[in-house]
Design a protein around this ligand. Structure first.
Ligand code: UDX
Length: 538
């Protein structure tokens, strides 16, 4: 394979930014440039306030973009390095200078026209692909990083045939599997890297060139090579099957609520079957995020276009259960509040689609707030520990409240707080919408026993966090990883007795993420209803 000097990412978003930063960080000899036509976004990537929040990202950018030592290690006698991560809005120049160009733009679901609400909107991808084809030097490797429908590479090859006849480019598919909130960890330590290439010697060589970039920090055994179509499809299937698992357990949670079975116990019991595995079995108000719904829609649309209607219907059912789960929960809240919110204050804890991220895309919170608004509540308070209140306010502003504004500032009932206690003060009901550790009422401190492996998976399952020790853990940095008991402590948690004192009766807590110990909460005078648990119902 050819030596790689310059790599360009087109699209400075959730995928392009972090992926480029980690590739640059791990390959000091390669210059990585992220380009985007949105100059404001590029300015933010070049500033101290990155446009997205991901744990560990600021440190990686500091090293690769600024050539500085990581935070906390400034005093170490490490040699600083030359910056090799750049952010620019000069798209065509950077494309023209690169050996590898990765396209990492948004591929949302179409909102109008043929396939609206189902097919993938390829507008941005197609525009960028055309720009890459126009400016790339012959031999540049073009990589699909965005999640795209199966056989997209063919579309790019056709563009090449028309725009640059006689010029040769290899197209690779290299989907990204990072999850919001753990992007840096996922990139540094991925389960696998998939590189799809044409089944020709040139195709395989191009695949090897890209593999070489990853191999500087990822074991070769984790880098899988496939044909382009398998790689494109694998990404859609991975996300669809993860989502399917959630809809499966969420559908069971409805049976639990009606029978007195506990979904947490059911998950724990089935998760011990090695064939099923214990991850991704937490029942809740349903999945959000930018990927799952869009990828299932895309998969179902592909099936449909191939005439495979039963297959399409099968996958669409995953989405139906997801909406059903969210609406079922909102209905339960309203019913418990005796079908009227007119004089009541309801507090929504968490707005992001999952913990440790400020990402609000497809977050169930907005839909739940919409349903509550229909009841004409006295107040809906919203608090999220990660999201900027202005961002939440802007999204709420787009809601209709029977023709009048939704947001408090505009005279509506929804008020966004930056303090959890203020948000909960006077509330008749609190709804946990996101699984932030801060909201839990059992202290996330536990002594975990067993081998390193069982410790890791127990911490992940009980707390849904990557095991990371508290600074004051006496054993941690020396003994963790060996067969020694390990203490895990989480960040600061809410003082629920303080919240209870300030609440107004009936003091309800609706746990949409199964993170609350109901018996403890009831000692504080708060009545709890959880997903997948009968509560007062059976
Ligand atoms: C997902 C995939 O995990 C990732 O590989 C892909 O690249 C992008 O899509 P992401 O959407 O960031 O990542 O988050 P993920 O952790 O997968 O969670 C998705 C949703 O499922 C969240 O709303 C989360 O709260 C929910 N979830 C997850 C559950 O309700 N229960 C679980 O057990 C796990």
């Amino acid at each position: 394979p050819k030596p790689v000097r310059n790599v360009c990412f087109v699209g400075a978003g959730y995928v392009g930014g972090p992926t480029a930063a980690v590739i640059a960080h791990q390959n000091p000899s390669i210059n990585v440039t992220v380009v985007d036509k949105d100059q404001r976004r590029i300015r933010r990537w070049n500033s101290r306030h990155l446009p997205i929040y991901e744990p560990g990202l600021a440190d990686i950018v500091r090293v690769a973009r600024d050539g500085l030592l990581p935070f906390g290690k400034e005093d170490e006698q490490l040699s600083a390095r030359k910056p090799n991560l750049f952010f620019s809005s000069d798209v065509s120049k950077s494309i023209a200078e690169s050996d590898i160009v990765l396209i990492a733009v948004n591929t949302p679901t179409k909102t109008r026209g043929a396939g609206s609400g189902r097919a993938t909107d390829m507008t941005s991808f197609e525009a960028v692909a055309a720009e890459v084809v126009r400016h790339a030097k012959p031999g540049t490797i073009i990589v699909e990083k965005s999640t795209v429908p199966c056989r997209t590479a063919e579309m790019i090859q056709e563009m090449i045939r028309i725009q640059r006849p006689g010029t040769h480019f290899e197209i690779l598919s290299n989907p990204e599997f990072l999850a919001a909130g753990t992007a840096v960890q996922d990139l540094l330590n991925p389960d696998r890297i998939i590189i799809g290439s044409a089944p020709t010697p040139e195709g395989r060589t191009a695949g090897e060139t890209l593999a070489g970039v990853y191999a500087s920090w990822i074991d070769r055994s984790r880098i899988l090579t496939t044909n382009v179509w398998s790689s494109e499809l694998a990404k859609l299937v991975a996300n669809s099957m993860l989502a399917q698992r959630l809809s499966s357990i969420n559908s069971i949670s409805a049976i639990c609520e009606a029978t007195g079975a506990e979904v947490k116990e059911v998950s724990a019991a089935i998760g011990r079957d090695a064939r099923l595995g214990d991850k991704f079995l937490r029942a809740g108000i349903g999945f959000g995020g930018s990927c799952f719904a869009k990828d299932i829609n895309s998969l179902a649309y592909i099936a449909e276009s191939l005439g495979l209607h039963e297959v399409a219907e099968y996958w669409r059912q995953v989405l139906k259960i997801n909406n059903y789960q969210r609406d079922r929960f909102a209905a339960r809240v309203i019913q418990r509040l005796r079908n009227t919110l007119v004089t009541k204050k309801v507090t929504v804890l968490g707005y992001a689609f999952k913990k440790n991220t400020s990402d609000t895309r497809e977050a169930p919170a907005l839909e739940i707030i919409k349903t509550l608004l229909d009841e004409n509540p006295r107040e809906i308070a919203v608090y999220d520990p990660c999201c900027n209140p202005y961002v939440i306010e802007n999204e709420i502003r787009s809601l209709q409240n029977h023709g009048s504004p939704a947001l408090n500032e505009d005279g509506g009932p929804v008020m966004v707080y930056s303090d959890a206690y203020e948000a909960c003060a006077g509330a008749n009901a609190i709804i946990i919408v996101t699984d932030f550790d801060e909201f839990r009422n059992e202290p996330i401190a536990a002594v975990v026993k067993g081998s390193a492996e069982t410790q890791t998976s127990e911490i992940q399952n009980r707390f849904n966090v990557e095991p990371e020790c508290a600074a004051d853990c006496p054993d941690c940095h020396t003994t963790y990883g060996e067969s020694t008991d390990h203490t895990y402590t989480a960040k600061e948690q809410l003082d629920w007795s303080r919240i209870s004192t300030d609440m107004t009766s009936p003091k309800w807590l609706f746990d949409g993420r199964c993170i609350i110990d109901a018996s403890k909460m009831s000692k504080l005078g708060i009545r709890v209803e959880s997903i997948g648990s009968a509560g007062l119902g059976v």
